[in-house]
Write a protein that binds this ligand. Structure first.
Ligand code: ATP
Ligand code: MG
Length: 415
């Protein structure tokens, strides 16, 4: 593991330098450093300004030179074995998901998938599930790193960050970052949790961003084909394409709606100035209308509190025919549908118009004129991969439907 100074540590380094009448990067200082520590100017600069992790020995010797106790200087968060740095706090009122957690734990620990993808609709609880999963399996790994993944970050930058947090003195990082990273995955058993940030954030949904998302997926795919004991967990609003062929190494697992009990618990224990009033039936109706989506439930709970004095029945009666889609969910839907093709939109619209679920046969019979039969399965795959349609089967028949918020959005806004 490597070390770097904490903010307080940096301040102490500055004071120690002043005490010794040394300027951080002055010629005499650098001469002294090269002579006494045999390290390069860039390493010294990285130490003074905590720019990156240094090898433990190098870090300690730099501290000694300034008569500092390294223990008081080092950033302990950076160096701990389990590095949760940028992870969100665990949801204190977390409900349900026992089944999902059991499956995911098995995927990571027993089945030893090298890439586990938790995909599902925005706000469905992927990140919180990954927090739980990480906490429950971390002691089976040598290291854990939680990393926010923004597709606008160049891959090399991400790899450099990860390598620094994993270990290494820059001198040890080989010039080929991919090879260096792979080496680390082989050397220790590491759990890396990549938590998707902004693929769909408003305004950021550009073609460039999408290309870079695909690049990342290809890269993670390639890593999974290499032999190692580490595991990468990715949260994503979309199921990556073309991973089918490596199904024994890659697990793509869709996070679906919360069960009704868990959803009702969210409504019951959400912190509001005044509790919501509802019974088993109204609670379960609300949870189902909002697709068991914890984010949607939280948002709508505020609305019911503010506009209906907390009375769930009244809210449901008032909006029986016209579902309220909270703004936060509408933003997600806008970005999820923005890059859909004409056919994909057509199919969504067809399903949204039907009052019930639609069988595959019916879809085949009603294809838009320019669309071929062979296109349909690809279209459905994309839509399912973004959790925009729900598939179900009865005997040999396959049916598709939309969750109510998606239906409303498609009917009103998707043109
Ligand atoms: N099982 C749960 N019980 C209670 N609250 C939950 C649960 N899962 C998620 N939440 C809450 O719902 C909200 C959305 O959860 P989270 O951020 O994990 O969703 P996400 O799927 O990662 O969303 P995004 O696609 O935007 O990243 C958060 O406020 C989270 O605390
Ligand atoms: Mg998330």
């Amino acid at each position: 593991m490597g070390m770097k100074a904490s903010d307080e540590g940096k301040r102490k380094i500055k004071v120690a330098l002043e005490k010794k009448k040394l300027k951080p990067l002055a010629k005499e200082t650098l001469q002294k450093v090269t002579l006494e520590l045999h390290i390069s100017e860039t390493t010294w600069k990285a130490f003074v300004y905590a720019e990156r992790l240094l090898g433990n020995e190098t870090f300690k010797r730099c501290c000694e030179l300034l008569d500092l106790n390294w223990v008081e200087i080092v950033d302990s968060l950076q160096t701990s074995k389990y590095n949760w740095n940028s992870a969100p706090s665990p949801e204190p009122n977390f409900y349900g998901r026992d089944r999902e957690l059991a499956i995911l734990k098995q995927s990571v620990l027993s089945d030893r998938y090298r890439w586990v993808i938790l995909y599902g609709f925005g706000g469905i609880g992927k990140t919180q599930l990954a927090v739980k999963l990480g906490a429950q399996v971390q002691n089976q790994f040598d290291r854990l790193i939680w990393q926010k993944l923004s597709y606008t970050t160049p891959k090399d930058k991400l790899l450099t960050d990860l390598l620094e947090r994993l270990s290494l003195d820059n001198a040890q990082i080989t010039s080929n970052l991919v090879e260096g990273f792979l080496e680390e995955l082989k050397r220790q058993r590491i759990l890396i949790i990549l938590d998707e940030q902004d693929l769909y954030e408003e305004g950021k949904h550009t073609d460039g961003n999408r290309d870079s998302y695909k690049d990342y997926c290809n890269f993670l795919h390639q890593l999974s084909l290499e032999r190692h004991e580490s595991c990468i967990v990715l949260t994503s609003r979309e199921r990556p394409e073309n991973i089918g062929a490596a199904a024994s190494l890659i697990k793509a697992y869709e996070i679906k709606e919360l069960d009704v009990d868990a959803g009702c618990n969210i409504l019951k224990y959400i912190e509001l100035p005044k509790d919501l009033t509802f019974n088993e039936q109204t609670g379960s109706e609300l949870v189902q209308r909002y697709g068991g989506n914890p984010l949607a439930l939280k948002l709508v709970a505020f609305l019911i509190h503010d506009s209906f004095d907390g009375n769930v029945r009244e809210f449901l009666n008032k909006h029986e025919r016209s579902l309220v889609v909270p703004d936060g969910i509408e933003i997600i839907l806008k970005s999820l549908t923005k890059t859909l093709s004409k056919f994909e939109k057509n199919i969504l619209q067809y399903i949204a118009k039907a009052s019930d679920s639609v069988s595959l046969d019916e879809l085949y019979e009603n294809l838009p004129t320019e669309m071929y039969y062979s296109d349909l399965s690809k279209v459905l795959q994309t839509l399912k991969g973004r959790s925009l349609i729900i598939g179900d089967s009865e005997g040999n028949e396959v049916f598709c439907t939309l969750q109510p918020m998606v239906r409303k959005f498609v009917q009103r806004q998707l043109t």
